[in-house]
Design a protein around this ligand. Structure first.
Ligand SMILES: C[S@@+](CC[C@H](N)C(=O)[O-])C[C@H]1O[C@@H](n2cnc3c(N)ncnc32)[C@H](O)[C@@H]1O
Length: 216
């Protein structure tokens, strides 16, 4: 276990050293337009998203959970031909802040929509080739039901928080009380996703745990 933690730290140092400018941008976005508490993907997860966006060059992107705007920024950063990039955020303060962040950081391709994703996606028949889920943990399985037929064949699905602070491998007695329900939800979600026949999925020890699936 100690060796594993050392590896994680080593990996963090490698990432941070090799990507100083991106790390600065990451920090800048989080610190811009202060509001009380703003959640964001971790830096290595942001790099992971950027890498897979660069690899797959999606044109129709859906993000559930704009939060700080960091993940949108890193997905969009190297994409020069985007037809449709929709990011959903239900929190009003984060949405208002997000509008400013989008113009401040030239994220012109991102169409930030103030809504509840569950409602929005129930009435959306757009097809996407890249979907990123990073919103309420208790609802991941619901999001998955709503998006699985909206992803084109060979499209990419990435989900954050799949290991949820390592809670998914802890004894229940070691989990903070208010994390017990979301931990159950994430475990249920991971098992469901891993066994879904319309996706090939792998789980990665990146950030808070990330899954990467391809639609088959
Ligand atoms: C962990 S944060 C997203 C972080 C973001 N990806 C980033 O890198 O900055 C999750 C966000 O999802 C939003 N959210 C949660 N449930 C939602 C829903 N049903 N519809 C829309 N947004 C939702 C929350 O308000 C929160 O801002």
């Amino acid at each position: 276990m100690e060796l594993f933690e050392k590896l994680i730290n080593y990996n963090t140092l490698l990432n941070n050293d090799a990507n100083k400018e991106l790390l600065e941008k990451y920090t800048e976005i989080i610190q811009a337009e202060y509001i009380h508490f703003i959640p964001a993907v971790r830096f290595d997860s942001a790099l992971f998203l950027r890498l897979f966006a660069m690899l797959t060059k999606p044109r129709n992107i859906l993000e559930i959970g704009f939060g700080s705007g960091v993940s949108s920024y890193f997905i969009a950063e190297q994409l020069y031909e985007v037809d449709n990039f929709v990011s959903l955020e239900r929190d009003t303060a984060r949405y208002e802040r997000g509008k400013k962040i989008i113009s401040q950081f030239n994220m012109n391709t991102v169409n930030l929509i103030h809504c509840d994703a569950l409602e929005y996606l129930s009435n959306d028949d757009t097809m996407y080739d890249f979907i990123f889920i990073d919103a309420g943990k208790n609802d991941y399985t619901k999001y998955l039901h709503l998006i699985k037929d909206k992803l084109v064949t060979s499209g990419i699905l990435i989900c954050d928080n799949t290991f949820f602070n390592a809670n998914v491998v802890k004894e229940e007695s070691d989990i903070q009380k208010n994390h017990i329900k979301p931990t159950h939800s994430m475990k249920e979600f991971n098992t469901y996703l891993a066994n879904l026949k319309c996706f090939n999925t792998s789980f990665f020890v990146v950030g808070d745990g990330m899954s990467l699936s391809i639609k088959i």
